[in-house]
Design a protein around this ligand. Structure first.
Ligand code: FE2
Length: 198
């Protein structure tokens, strides 16, 4: 059975310039290569995204919502959490993730809350709302070493682990539908972007 957590994408062009992002953000005053970093940015951001990306999304009657850049330091991790929009109930909504840095020994993992676990909304260091979980509150279900652009379900608990000696970078983009401005559900996204799913 296909997993309910991710699908690899075969996009027709590079959405982002990884080298430029690495250079720009690792030169920021508050950047410490040994500490995790998170930056929230506008999804409509021609300095970061290939302009073709916006045209590509428009063809699906979608647009770019908010984006985030995550730096996970060597031998570091991000805790299990659900991304939370604040405006809608949690459902299986998606993000596009672009990951670079280490070639191996880094993972995105998903799990399900154990019976009876129901946690409150908090905020990550760049102000995005999310629901945090401790390791013993989650049954792990899926793990992937991301090697190409990927569609990820962020309405289920997920985390990033970097067991490598190299900093791991991840740029997330939230696609939204032009119909009602809502986030896109995982199965709808699979149908919508089916010609680009590998
Ligand atoms: Fe997340």
């Amino acid at each position: 059975m296909s997993n309910i957590y991710y699908r690899y994408l075969n996009l027709p062009f590079s959405f982002i310039d990884e080298e430029k992002i690495t250079k720009d953000y690792s030169n920021m005053a508050n950047f410490d290569p040994n500490k995790n970093g998170q930056w929230r940015i506008d999804g409509i951001n021609p300095n970061i995204f290939n302009k073709k990306a916006y045209k590509w999304l428009t063809a699906f009657n979608c647009h770019a919502g908010v984006a985030e850049i995550f730096y996970t330091a060597p031998h570091s991790k991000i805790m299990y959490h659900i991304d939370y929009s604040g405006f809608y109930p949690v459902f299986d909504y998606v993000k596009f993730n672009f990951v670079w840095g280490p070639k191996e020994n880094h993972y995105m993992k998903w799990g399900e809350p154990k019976y009876g676990v129901s946690n409150e909304v908090g905020y990550n260091s760049c102000g995005s709302p999310h629901i945090l979980y401790k390791m013993d509150e989650i049954d792990e279900k899926e793990s992937v070493c991301i090697t190409q652009p990927i569609l990820v379900n962020v309405g289920r608990p997920h985390r990033a682990i970097n067991d490598s000696d190299v900093g791991r970078w991840c740029l997330c983009l939230i696609p939204k539908t032009n119909i009602d401005g809502c986030r896109i559900e995982f199965n709808q996204a699979i149908e919508l972007f089916k010609y680009y799913i590998t």
